[in-house]
Design a protein around this ligand. Structure first.
Ligand code: PMP
Length: 388
């Protein structure tokens, strides 16, 4: 079968492929510990589920307005105003089925053939995939282990050209758990104004932070006009399967995102949106408990990995991933990830799945129980000892 030429430029997210492979092994009777998937291992809080049931009973079962129910857009505008310290209007909010479409729609709306988009590498693979898909030029910005997986401002300056249209930021970051500091954001804002580019700020992990509060580039003077903020419910409220996320963008761009919604998925599920109001305005106890639990697991997995000869792991300060350096081991990171799945029954991702600067690392998600993480670390240690 022949496909459109553009399909050859579309990438993928290998977490889904590794998950499928691990599940095939499970179907054959193997015991697999899943450290490959990026979703909280918690149930969605019951107050949010109850709000969805009630919304169904109340008849929120039809199409919603393409950009979202007005009452949800209002709640999101208030939440973002409060958390980012900058006035946001409901017209600037676009609700989508999960936050992922905001990446796709923003790039579709802003990037012409040959326009350059700078993106973090290692980074969420969808960025590079969609930039290439629309005919843009993907310019990787190296994240550096030695500075807690941030990038050097000099590297960003070098990556900028007259064709730079968009810079993608992601903090806290997938796959490294790295977090941008306020001084980084100030320097970036300066460059964005000087060189006149937009910023897609992926803040999906903004509530999963261990040692500090969240900083958004949108909060800085003059930056709201050039920022598309991406946030959502998947990670914060353990709602990956509900598909609920949003973008906040200057109103003219928000209208384009809305138009792309009309042309693709029509709208986001109505009763899910009502539940989204409860999530933002109801008790936040769940989020605090989940982050406390993640913090314990992070400390445990970082210590455990650093105790294994040949592995070095930086302690990340956000998200629920660790990105250990495995360059001293005798296998490439691709081969090592495959070996750990086949020999140890531990599913992890190769750092190379996140771009060429991820080469030599693995990504492990600690969204799994402490007991499973302990067992996984034992298995990894044993399997690696056999490599020598
Ligand atoms: N951005 C990043 C960096 C992510 O890791 C994810 C989820 N893996 C998303 C966006 C999209 O999340 P969702 O579509 O589930 O809201």
């Amino acid at each position: 079968m022949n496909f459109a030429e553009r399909m050859s430029r579309l990438g993928t997210e290998s977490a889904f492929e590794v998950l499928a492979k691990a599940q095939r092994l499970e179907a054959q009777g193997r015991n697999i510990i899943h450290l490959e998937i990026g979703q909280p291992d918690f149930q969605t809080p019951m107050n949010i589920c109850q709000a969805a049931f009630q919304a169904m009973k109340d008849g929120y079962t039809g199409y919603a307005p393409a950009a979202g129910l007005p009452q949800l857009r209002q709640a999101i505008a208030q939440y973002v105003t409060h958390t980012r310290g900058v006035e946001v209007h409901p017209d600037e909010v676009v609700v989508t089925p999960g936050a992922k479409p905001i990446i796709f729609f923003t790039i579709l709306a802003l990037v012409d053939t040959g326009d350059e988009v700078i993106y973090p590498n290692p980074g969420f693979p969808v960025y590079e995939s969609v930039i290439n898909f629309v005919g843009g030029k993907a310019i990787p910005l190296a994240l550096r282990e030695e500075v807690g997986f941030r990038f050097r401002i000099e590297d960003l300056e070098q990556a900028i050209s007259p064709r730079t249209r968009l810079l993608i930021l992601n903090s806290p970051q997938n796959p490294t758990g790295g977090v941008l500091q306020l001084e980084d954001l100030e320097a970036i804002a300066n460059l964005a104004e000087r060189h006149n580019f937009y910023i897609l700020s992926d803040e999906i992990y903004s509530r999963i932070l261990y040692e500090q509060t969240h900083h958004s580039i949108m909060s800085l003077p003059g930056m709201k006009e050039r920022t598309i903020l991406l946030d959502g419910y998947s990670k914060t409220y353990a709602m990956t399967g509900w598909r609920l996320g949003y973008g906040v963008a200057p109103q003219l761009l928000a209208q384009k995102l809305e138009q792309l919604t009309i042309n693709s998925n029509s709208c986001t599920c109505s009763f899910t949106q009502i539940a989204g109001i409860e999530a933002l305005t109801g008790t936040q106890e769940f989020v605090e408990q989940m982050v406390d639990e993640f913090r314990q697991r992070r400390d445990f997995i970082v210590d455990g990995l650093n105790a294994i000869a040949g592995i070095e792991c930086v302690k990340p300060t956000g998200a629920f991933y660790v990105f250990p350096n495995v360059k001293q081991l005798p296998l490439s990171c691709d081969a090592l990830a495959e070996y750990l799945l086949a020999e140890a029954g531990v599913a992890v991702l190769s750092g190379s799945a996140f771009g060429r600067f991820g080469e030599g690392y693995l990504r492990l998600s600690y969204a799994n129980s402490l007991a499973n993480i302990r067992e996984a670390l034992d298995r990894i240690q044993t399997a690696i000892a056999q490599l020598k």
